[in-house]
Design a protein around this ligand. Structure first.
Ligand code: XIL
Length: 423
């Protein structure tokens, strides 16, 4: 089905409250006199083009009861319901949030998000089941080579199993590639790698597939967007990993391109497009999972920041949404008031003039930024599936015997036999 046909199906499936709101909002304007709600929202434009469009949210800030009763006046809650047809928890589904202790789970915030999304007729991305960050202190001190597999499997079975059938896509493993760590396969030296070796990846995906067979199992990564030598190399390692999954029959359905972009400096281009097409040739969907545009190096006031950020949204989304397997685009945060960039004390977040950044389609006062309009136009100009031929692979061929070798899983028929006399 083309994205446009998918879009019509999605629009027909809009919840009644939203269709009513859209009817009422036809030609209406928000408090600033701009047409950004109802039929003019990102959500409605995305639905019309078969695109999933949304943002990372903080479940605790959502007025779920008020929304359920149809009485909420909370601006953040209304904005998220109005603009997104897919949401993801910024932090609430990570290990550190879900696992206060080794033996307990706290699903309060995750449940809250799912309830809200279902009321609002939104899909939910699950982020994430396995990552080198957000590792609870207890895990760091209690995980051993002996119990690590059981800990990982139990976590994934419990979390993905709880929301079985209700998650659009799971970021099963997040950020597993880090060529700087110097391993031949480009994989990151994480807690999971140290305890289980590369097999942890296969364990995670296989367990997730059993726990939630409907979800699109995704591999999510950052630093793969640009044509710089660093990003180009990292992209090649990610492709290698995806090929290894395919070679071993590991269940994988999509790649997540985080897309934390910079307003100044090199921009994404042909390399990323080639990557998305390679993913498509492997039968994988691609999602823009964490889009935001950082202006920490950009001099000038808010107007300049806005113009530069909007330009990046325009060019970037123009580039990626033209690819027929790019089926979702989410920003990391809904407004600059909630952006991790404005919460971080890291040098990559700090502007020389000390001003707050404006990396998202809505600002600190929840007003639309120029990026909102850039995003919406990019959705509207996105091409239907039928128009997109699959090109030949364009990334350099890797050495198959070395780079594409399957994971060594003890006992599997593809595991290399031990040399005679080896202990
Ligand atoms: C970030 C959150 O936004 C922060 O609030 C938290 O302190 C750290 O994690 N890549 C990811 C996200 O996959 O989970 C990260 O989210 C941002 C980078």
């Amino acid at each position: 089905m083309s994205k446009a046909a998918l879009g019509m199906a999605a629009a027909a499936g809009l919840p009644a409250w939203l269709r009513a709101a859209q009817g009422a909002a036809q030609g209406a304007t928000n408090q600033n006199g701009m047409n950004t709600v109802g039929a003019d929202s990102l959500r409605t434009h995305a639905a019309a083009h078969g695109l999933l469009c949304g943002a990372a949210v903080v479940p605790n800030l959502l007025d779920v009861d008020g929304f359920a009763a149809g009485t909420t006046s909370d601006a953040y809650t209304r904005l998220v319901a109005e603009q997104a047809n897919i949401v993801v928890a910024e932090n609430s589904m990570k290990w550190a949030a879900l696992r206060p202790t080794a033996t307990t789970f706290d699903f309060t915030q995750a449940d809250r998000l799912i309830r809200f999304a279902e009321l609002a007729g939104q899909r939910v991305r699950g982020h994430n089941l396995c990552w080198h960050e957000s590792v609870p202190a207890w895990l760091q001190t209690t995980a051993t080579k002996e119990n690590a597999k059981q800990l990982l499997v139990n976590h994934i079975q419990t979390v993905a199993g709880r929301y079985r059938g209700r998650i659009h896509s799971w970021d099963v493993v997040n950020e597993a590639v880090n060529p700087k760590d110097g391993r031949g396969d480009g994989l990151r030296n994480s807690l999971w790698m140290e305890l289980l070796g590369p097999e942890y990846l296969e364990i995670a995906y296989t367990t997730a597939a059993q726990a939630d067979p409907e979800a699109k199992l995704t591999y999510n990564e950052y630093g793969i967007e640009l044509d710089t030598p660093e990003d180009t190399a990292k992209r090649a390692y990610v492709l290698m990993l995806l090929r290894r999954f395919k070679a071993r029959g590991v269940p994988i359905h999509a790649v997540g391109i985080q897309s934390h972009l910079q307003a100044s400096g090199p921009q994404p281009g042909a390399g990323l497009v080639a990557f998305i097409r390679e993913a498509r040739a492997m039968g994988l969907e691609a999602y823009i999972t964490e889009l935001d545009v950082n202006t920490h190096k950009l001099p000038g006031g808010p107007e300049l920041q806005d113009a530069a950020v909007a330009e990046v949204y325009k060019n970037y989304l123009g580039l990626v949404l033209a690819e027929p397997n790019v089926l979702a685009a989410l920003t990391w945060g809904a407004t600059s008031a909630h952006s991790w960039i404005n919460q971080s004390k890291e040098p990559w977040a700090k502007r020389a003039d000390g001003s707050r950044q404006r990396p998202l389609p809505f600002d600190d006062d929840l007003r639309p930024t120029p990026a909102f309009y850039a995003f919406r136009s990019a959705i509207d100009t996105e091409k239907p599936l039928a128009a997109q031929p699959i090109g030949p692979p364009t990334t350099p061929a890797a050495k198959p015997q070395d780079l594409y070798k399957p994971f060594a899983v003890p006992g599997s028929p593809t595991a290399p036999a031990k040399p005679q006399g080896a202990s």
